[in-house]
Ligand binder design. Structure first.
Ligand code: NAP
Length: 283
C-alpha cells in the first residue's frame, strides 16, 4: 500500500483558524501584531517574502518590509535591528536567508533581540531550545513536529534519524525531537554509512537539499518520512526523498505541499506568541 501522504494544507487550515479566533478576541482598535520583514535580494528570499506577505495579509497581520542591500555592512545591519527593537509598533523581526554576504549567522544571532525573534535565531532562543525549554523555536522544524502531531504520529520513544545539522532545520529539529522524548540520531555530510542508520529509524527527517538522497532501500518498511528538502529541478520543486520511498514508508510528506506551507503558518503562530496572544504548548 502506498504511503499515506501527510499534506500540509489541513495543518495550515487548523493553525489559521486558531490565529483568526485569537485575533478576533482582541478589543477593537487594538494594533495587529506586526512583522518587520528584512528581505535580501536573492530570488529564493524574494519568493518566500511573497508567500509571507500573502499569507500574513490574509490573516490580517501587518507586514512591514525592509530591503537588505547586498552592500549592507554589519554596523548598518545592527542599527536597523536596534531601531526595530525600540519601535513599539513592531512585534517580531524576521531576516530572510541568505543574508547579504557581510552579515554572518553569528552577527544575526547576537543582534536579534530575543523578545522580537520570531524564528528562534537569537542565541537566547537557541539556548532555551538546547536545554529543552524552547520558547520561540525555528518555524520549519517546529512545523515538522506540528505536522506529525496533527496526523497522530507518535514521537516519544521512537528512533528519529535527522539528516542535516544546519541551524535552520536539522539541528533545532533534533533538539525539538529530543524535547519530545524521541531517541535522536543526527547525520550530516561526514556521516559514514548513512543508509545503515536511516534503516533503523522509525522516523526519518531529510533536511539536506539533495534531490532523491533518501532512496527506498534506506527506509525501514512502515517508517514515517518527513521531507524538508526544497530544490528546483527543471522548473519543478523537488524534495530530498525519492518518490519510490512511498512504496516502503507508512507515511510521507509530499514536496511540494508538505512541510513548506506549514513553515509560514508556524511563523504567524510565533508572531502571536511574541505578542502574548498564543500561550500554551500546542505550538
Ligand atoms: P544547509 O544549510 O545547506 O544544510 C544542509 C545539511 O545537509 C548540512 O548539515 C549538511 O552537512 C547536510 N548534508 C549535505 N550533504 C549531505 C549528505 N550527502 N548526506 C547527509 N547530510 C548531508 O541547508 P538547510 O538550510 O538546512 O536546508 C536544507 C533543505 O531544507 C534545503 O533544501 C532547503 O531549501 C530546505 N528548507 C526547507 C524549508 C521548509 O519550509 N520546508 C525551510 C528551510 C529550508 P554538513 O553540516 O556536514 O555540511
Amino acid at each position: 500500500m502506498p504511503a499515506r501522504p501527510l499534506t500540509g494544507a489541513p495543518v495550515v487550515s487548523q493553525l489559521h483558524d486558531k490565529i483568526r479566533s485569537l485575533l478576533a478576541s482582541l478589543p477593537s482598535g487594538t494594533a495587529r501584531p506586526t512583522l518587520a520583514l528584512l528581505i535580501p535580494g536573492d530570488p529564493s528570499a524574494l519568493a518566500y517574502a511573497r508567500t509571507i506577505r500573502k499569507q500574513f495579509r490574509s490573516l490580517e497581520l501587518e507586514v512591514r518590509e525592509f530591503t537588505l542591500e547586498d552592500c549592507l555592512d554589519i554596523p548598518s545591519f545592527v542599527t536597523l535591528i536596534k531601531q526595530l527593537e525600540s519601535d513599539h509598533s513592531v512585534t517580531g523581526i524576521l531576516a530572510l536567508q541568505p543574508l547579504p554576504s557581510a552579515i554572518d549567522r553569528h552577527t544575526l544571532s547576537h543582534t536579534m533581540p530575543p523578545t522580537k525573534d520570531v524564528d528562534g535565531v537569537s542565541f537566547e532562543q537557541q539556548g532555551r531550545l538546547a536545554v529543552g525549554r524552547p520558547h520561540i523555536a525555528p518555524s520549519t522544524p517546529l512545523g515538522g513536529l506540528i505536522l506529525l502531531r496533527h496526523y497522530g504520529v507518535d514521537i516519544a520513544g521512537k528512533h528519529a534519524v535527522v539528516i542535516g545539522r544546519s541551524p535552520v532545520v536539522g539541528r533545532p529539529l533534533a533538539l525539538l525531537l529530543l524535547a519530545a522524548d524521541a531517541t535522536v540520531t543526527i547525520c550530516h555530510s561526514r556521516t559514514t554509512n548513512l543508509a545503515a542508520l536511516t534503516r533503523q529509524a522509525d522516523l526519518v527527517f531529510a533536511a539536506v537539499g539533495h534531490p532523491g538522497l533518501v532512496t527506498p532501500d534506506m527506509v525501514k518498511p512502515g517508517a514515517v518520512v518527513v521531507d524538508f528538502g526544497v530544490t528546483v529541478v527543471e522548473g519543478r520543486v523537488v524534495g530530498d526523498v525519492h518518490p519510490a520511498v512511498a512504496d516502503v514508508a507508512a507515511a510521507l510528506t509530499p514536496v511540494p505541499g508538505g512541510t513548506g506551507p506549514v513553515t509560514t503558518a508556524v511563523l504567524a503562530c510565533n508572531l502571536l506568541r511574541l505578542a502574548g496572544l498564543w500561550t500554551g504548548d500546542d505550538v
